[in-house]
Design a protein around this ligand. Structure first.
Ligand SMILES: Cc1cc2nc3c(=O)[nH]c(=O)nc-3n(C[C@H](O)[C@H](O)[C@H](O)COP(=O)(O)OP(=O)(O)OC[C@H]3O[C@@H](n4cnc5c(N)ncnc54)[C@H](O)[C@@H]3O)c2cc1C
Length: 450
């Protein structure tokens, strides 16, 4: 039986981080079933035809060049006592320490018609290929359910490929977990004017049809008709339904084991240790806490999975670091707008703090320079401590650097007064005038009120 000092179940960003961080310092085995690990974030853009599908596939060398052994197989059982896993093709594999990095699966709600042929979720290479193939075969309509970042990026891709696109969400506005309404209102308008049919405050109640969906029934009894699939002719494919309503931890494998699992995934401490000795878990398969409140909070992002992997690898090599929790800085792009959010939205922050908010609007570079674009920020602060608990940006230029700066303020407990004194840089092509800075201005706005 093959035995590894460190065996990782999974081949996503969490597992890859372990391979990169441990290198040849331990004998590492990485087991994943799929032919290719994916660059998930880039998948919608392959549908949009901005890049070829092949560019969304990670090369195996990302693991093997780091001295880890890649085993393309699926783990079907675990024996924590015997320290082995059972696999589909390679039989039993032994370990000294086991890392679970099995990720999360998209949710497909059990509504009427959810198992019809043209209903899917979106995560795998197979999903990506299926959508591209359907578009190339003349897909006429797509209904995307879920107006979070993945759903919106998908809807935009369908729309760009001239497929009639419907985007449905129960929420009052798009991206409700990332930003607040007054920040996104204008962007939402731009979605509609780009041709996407937006159905907010609405939900899909049933998918009607025999083999394939022929009609999508919404909560307000509105119906999106696909028409029957005409198998005999070369006619176009009528429609496709894609659910992008969230992820659930992929932990079925451990259901009847002693591993402690709760609603949001495997329970771990801040060193990624589970309740089972020598078994660790990292990434989307885990349940963890908000770095702001210390309470259990969702955080299924690659930018959370990677640092979790780094902390664990550091400790396995003799270090003593702790993972600070989820801050959830994230971003997307809608038409000409770059959108980002971090920490809590105002709606969420209100549940935990007595808050005050401040806004500022400047330009991305000196306003007198060609190409200057508008940039708008919202900061959310705790009235009691003056610490930042959330921030949002809508900009004509990429926003992640600004979002990361706000995350840094949240993560390290920086107060409004400290932000007001923040020492920034300025240059005509790269910032607003030296007279002001977006984050400083928003902090000052809040300080005027509280
Ligand atoms: C379309 C899309 C866009 C996204 N965009 C962003 C973004 O812009 N920014 C961001 O931060 N995050 C984004 N995410 C989320 C991000 O991809 C995930 O948070 C990240 O992949 C989690 O990494 P992970 O390693 O924990 O899990 P995963 O990447 O899900 O990897 C899990 C691995 O475990 C393997 N596995 C599962 N069960 C078994 C088993 N029994 N045996 C062997 N192997 C198994 C799987 O096959 C897979 O290789 C996006 C996700 C999607 C789907």
């Amino acid at each position: 039986m093959t035995k590894f000092e460190l065996l990782v179940i999974g081949g996503g960003p969490a597992a890859i981080t372990i391979a990169k961080s441990i290198q040849d310092k331990m004998k590492v085995g990485i087991i994943r079933p799929e032919e290719h690990s994916m660059i998930y974030c880039a998948m919608p853009y392959a549908i949009e035809n901005l890049l070829p599908l092949e560019k969304t596939l990670k090369k195996d060398s990302i693991i093997t060049n780091e001295h880890a052994e890649l085993i393309k197989d699926k783990v079907i059982s675990v024996d924590f006592k015997g320290k082995t896993v059972g696999t589909e093709m390679n039989g039993e594999i032994g370990y000294k320490k086991l890392i679970i990095a099995t990720g999360a699966n998209p949710i497909l709600p059990p509504i009427q018609g959810h198992n019809l042929n043209n209903v899917m979720t979106f995560k795998t290479e197979k999903d990506l290929k299926k959508i591209i193939e359907m578009i190339e075969n003349g897909l006429e309509k797509a209904v995307v359910i879920g107006a979070g970042a993945i759903g919106i990026e998908l809807a935009q891709a369908f729309n760009e490929r001239k497929v009639e696109t419907h985007l449905v969400d129960m929420a009052d506005y798009i991206l409700p977990n990332l930003v607040d309404y007054e920040m996104i209102e204008m962007v939402q308008e731009s979605i509609i004017s780009s041709g996407i049919n937006l159905h907010l405050k609405n939900k899909v109640e049933a998918l009607k049809g025999t083999e394939t969906v022929e009609e999508v029934v919404l909560g307000n009894k509105q119906r999106i008709q696909f028409g029957p699939l005409d198998k005999g002719s070369n006619s176009k494919l009528p429609g496709l339904v894609v659910f992008a309503i969230g992820m659930k931890p992929n932990v079925e494998l451990f259901k009847n084991t002693s591993l402690k699992i709760e609603r949001d995934g495997i329970v771990i401490n801040n060193k990624m240790e589970t309740n089972v000795e020598d078994v660790y878990a990292i990434g989307d398969c885990c349940q963890f806490i908000s770095g702001i409140t210390g309470e259990v909070f969702p955080g299924k992002l690659a930018t959370n999975a990677v640092p979790m992997g780094r902390v664990l690898a550091h400790n396995l090599l003799g270090g003593d670091r702790v993972y600070p929790g989820f801050f959830n800085g994230a971003a997307t792009k809608i038409n000409e707008y770059f959108i980002g959010g971090t920490g809590f939205t105002e709606n969420t922050a209100k549940k935990f703090f007595d808050i005050e908010v401040g806004y500022a609007e400047l330009t991305t570079i000196f306003p007198v320079m060609p190409g200057a674009k508008k940039i708008r920020i919202k900061l959310i602060a705790d009235k009691k401590t003056h610490k930042i608990v959330g921030g949002q940006i809508i900009s004509g230029e990429p926003a992640t650097d600004k979002i990361d700066k706000i995350t840094m303020a949240i993560q390290y407990g920086i107060t409004l007064e400290q932000l007001e004194d923040f020492s920034y840089s300025a240059q005509p092509y790269q910032s607003f005038f030296p007279a002001n800075n977006l984050i400083v201005k928003a902090a000052r706005e809040i300080l005027k009120i509280i």
